[in-house]
Design a protein. Sequence first.
Length: 169
Amino acid sequence: MIAPIKALTDKLIVIPLSDCLAEQLASWRYESPFDFYNWSSWEVMQQLGMEFGDPIVRDQQYRAVTNEAGELIGFAQFFPLLGVTRLGLGLRPDLCGRGLGLALVRAIVVEAERQAPADEIDLEVHVWNERAIRTYERVGFVITDTYAKTTAAGMIDVHCMCYMPQAMD
């Protein structure tokens, strides 16, 4: 049985990404075309020190987003740039399309503001990911640039979106 949405998001909590939660995160599998976001296995990530498989990077940049019951709902990466916190984030695949993105993104923005209150907040999103773009816009992100970016899968067009909640007024 699928848990009621309210039970999943009564209160989202941003916490350190433990080994146990990181292993869960690495096991997430998205369906096409979102499978681009699938991670390597936890074992490979640890062996190669990739992303949150590196304990130092995980501690400095990654957080888990859980509900009050401690269930992993999503994750956030807070990538520090000069004067900017660049967000990376994801929602658990079985929760996608159920209206949980707004609560997830809001919780992550609050944490980004807490960690670096003077920083601008931005993120990159693939131009084809209209579902994510709509969610980010509803939270207060605005497309400020579009460019091609080199990834492991080749060149991909992305939007840079900056958090500008005043633009919603």
